[in-house]
Write a protein of this length. Structure first.
Length: 193
């Protein structure tokens, strides 16, 4: 699942790498209905867009993609995993707790909270994980300005106290979007590898 900027080159390449490794890969476009988040020059507009994006609809799209993949002859009988980046990492976490048909999830610097809980965003990703029943690997950068380490530690503590199948890894020297090779200022090859 792509980040807030949509389905562009880094996510096509991620799907291609998975396919070359022998997996059936699908890069889901959450903006296929024509929504656009704005531009990096207007981050307040981007944040408003993120808050208006309805979690239930996104999770419904993810569930439909998982069901479609499961029906494909090349996938039939095999396990289905999900990975997502930034906003997509948030939705990967929510899907790990809310979508049937998944066997494992990897979240890359997934946003753990929203500004407010409302009808469009009924729960924070970190709260949904209380219902986690499948393995989740959550990857973070130690210098991430969007995801404070205190939130990662809170997530770890909740998972440990509840015996949840959650593993977190924090990479020193990495910030937000450390696996996005199209963002030279953020990309950290060692952490991404």
């Amino acid at each position: 699942i792509h980040d807030v900027w949509g389905l562009y080159d880094p996510y096509h390449r991620a799907a291609e790498r998975l396919a070359r490794a022998g997996f059936v890969a699908l890069a889901l476009d959450l903006y296929s209905r024509g929504e656009v988040p704005g531009t990096p020059a207007d981050m307040p507009a981007v944040m408003r867009f993120l808050h208006r994006l309805p979690d239930r609809r996104v999770l419904s799209d993810i569930a439909a993609a998982v069901a479609w993949l499961g029906s494909r002859p090349e996938v039939a009988g095999r396990k289905i995993g999900l990975t997502g980046f930034c906003m997509g990492g948030k939705y990967a976490c929510l899907a790990a707790a809310r979508c049937a048909g998944l066997s494992a999830v990897v979240s890359w610097y997934g946003l753990l909270h929203a500004d407010a809980i409302d009808e469009s965003n009924p729960e924070h990703a970190k709260d949904a994980l209380a219902d986690l029943a499948i393995p989740l690997l959550a990857l973070f950068g130690a210098e991430d300005a969007f995801i404070p380490l205190a939130e990662v530690e809170e997530l770890r503590a909740k998972a440990a106290s509840r015996g949840l199948p959650l593993e977190t890894v924090v990479y020193t020297g990495a910030g937000h979007a450390f696996a996005n090779e199209s963002r030279a200022e953020s990309f950290r090859p060692e952490a991404a590898a």
